[in-house]
Ligand binder design. Structure first.
Ligand code: ZN
Length: 168
C-alpha cells in the first residue's frame, strides 16, 4: 500500500469530471486500498479518486470512530429519500475550513463493490452526507461551491497564499 498525494483547492484538476469504471480490475482494488490508507492517515472519513488525481468514479468512505468500517463504492449513484439537513462539512482538499452545507439526510445508494458486484443500500445521517460529498468530487464539484462567492473567494485566496508559502 502507498500513501497518495491529495490535490488541494483551487487545483484545477479537482474540476475534472470522472469517467465511469467500465470493468473493475486489480488496479482499482489497489487504488482503493491506497486511498483508504491515505484517508485514514489524514485523517478523514471519505476520499474520492478525483482528489488523488485519478479521474475514475471510485470513492472510499468510513464514518466509524475506529476506522474499521471501510466502504469502497465504484460508479456510485444515489436517490434522495430524506429531508435536507445542514451540517458542518470539511474536505481533505480544502484543509482547515469547515462550513455549513445542506444535504439529504437519507439516500439510497447503488454502486459496484471492489469485486465488481452490484450493491444497493440505504445510508443515513453522516454516512449519507459523506457519500453525497464524495460523489460531488467525481463530478468536479467541491463543498465550497455551495457557499457564497465571498466566502469561497476568501478561502481560495488564503489557500493560494499558503501554497505559495509552502513552495517558496
Ligand atoms: Zn472532499
Amino acid at each position: 500500500m502507498a500513501k497518495l498525494e491529495i490535490l488541494e483547492y483551487p487545483d484545477p484538476r479537482l474540476r475534472t469530471k470522472a469517467k465511469p469504471v467500465a470493468k473493475v480490475e486489480e488496479r482499482h482494488r489497489t487504488l482503493a486500498a491506497d486511498m483508504l490508507e491515505t484517508m485514514y492517515d489524514a485523517p478523514g472519513i471519505g476520499l474520492a479518486a478525483s482528489q488523488v488525481d485519478v479521474h475514475e468514479r471510485l470513492i472510499v468512505v468510513d464514518v466509524s470512530e475506529d476506522q474499521n468500517d471501510p466502504h469502497i463504492l465504484i460508479n456510485p449513484e444515489y436517490d434522495k429519500l430524506g429531508n435536507p439537513v445542514e451540517s458542518q462539512e470539511g474536505c481533505l482538499s480544502v484543509p482547515g475550513y469547515y462550513e455549513r452545507v445542506s444535504r439529504s439526510d437519507k439516500i439510497r445508494v447503488r454502486a459496484l463493490n471492489e469485486m465488481g458486484e452490484a450493491i444497493e443500500f440505504e445510508a443515513e445521517d453522516l454516512f449519507a452526507i459523506c457519500i453525497q460529498h464524495e460523489i460531488d468530487h467525481l463530478d468536479g464539484k467541491l463543498f465550497v461551491d455551495y457557499l457564497s462567492n465571498l466566502k469561497r473567494t476568501r478561502i481560495r485566496k488564503k489557500l493560494e497564499k499558503q501554497h505559495k508559502l509552502t513552495v517558496s
